[in-house]
Design a protein around this ligand. Structure first.
Ligand SMILES: [Zn+2]
Length: 226
């Protein structure tokens, strides 16, 4: 059994898919589909929400080392294995998660450029608590924050593209402008103008770790992200 993750390449917010398996649970049940538009939780990004056949999707996750995506739903009423169902993504949630995730990639690329020897080692892109962590044991230049904010604004003003590619093995890579492509399964803006403003919330350095908190401007327009 396998779920094809259409959101890796498609900005669609609705599509039809076939139910492969349903499993009841205390809170409703779990649905496995042949295709999905729901981004799984992981890589520092929360899962997409939305509906399957009108039933709310409360969580989406993938089994480790498996191509199967599990959609938690609040009810299994009307769902049958083998039937075709309509998937609909919660667009405002998708937009916000995509902006925060793209902002994290941008911060990582710019900080590594400004601070020689620094290396992004983790990211958490949840609303209200987004941050990127770096391994860095050097002295921060006194104009670091100002230089970073200027580079962020320039990258957004230049509307750098966010490219996706999929290898034959199914590995998905994401690349901002000419910065190195990174293996990533999340959802993103298509170019940096969609990001709007990226705001640095705080910079903390402790031992060999540097942590940068950030936020994005919220413009829940009809732009599509994947
Ligand atoms: Zn990503």
């Amino acid at each position: 059994m396998k779920t094809i993750r259409d959101y890796y390449q498609s900005p669609a917010i609705a599509m039809k898919a076939t139910v492969l398996q349903i499993t009841p649970s205390d809170t409703g049940g779990t649905v496995i589909l042949d295709h999905t538009l729901f981004c799984v939780q992981g890589g520092g990004q929360p899962a997409d929400h939305g509906t399957i056949a009108g039933i709310p999707v409360t969580h989406v996750e993938a089994a480790k080392d498996s191509d199967i995506v599990f959609h938690s739903v609040s009810s299994l009423e009307g769902l049958k294995e083998g039937s075709e169902v309509e998937l609909r993504i919660d667009v405002p949630r998708r937009v916000l998660n995509s902006k925060l995730h793209t902002g994290g990639h941008l911060l990582a690329a710019l900080v590594e450029e400004i601070l020689p020897g620094s290396k992004a080692c983790g990211g958490h892109h949840w609303p209200g608590e987004a941050r990127v962590e770096f391994i860095y044991d050097g002295q921060l230049p006194s104009d670091f924050e100002q230089a970073l904010c200027t580079m962020i604004d320039n990258a957004v003003a230049n509307d750098l593209t966010v490219k996706r590619s999929l290898t034959n093995e199914g590995d998905r890579f994401v690349q901002i402008g000419e910065y190195p492509a990174l293996r990533c399964g999340g959802t993103h803006c298509w170019s940096l103008k969609q990001l709007g403003r990226l705001i640095v919330r705080g910079i903390k350095q402790k031992k060999d770790r540097l942590r940068i908190g950030y936020d994005v401007s919220v413009d829940l327009s009809s732009q599509r992200y994947a």
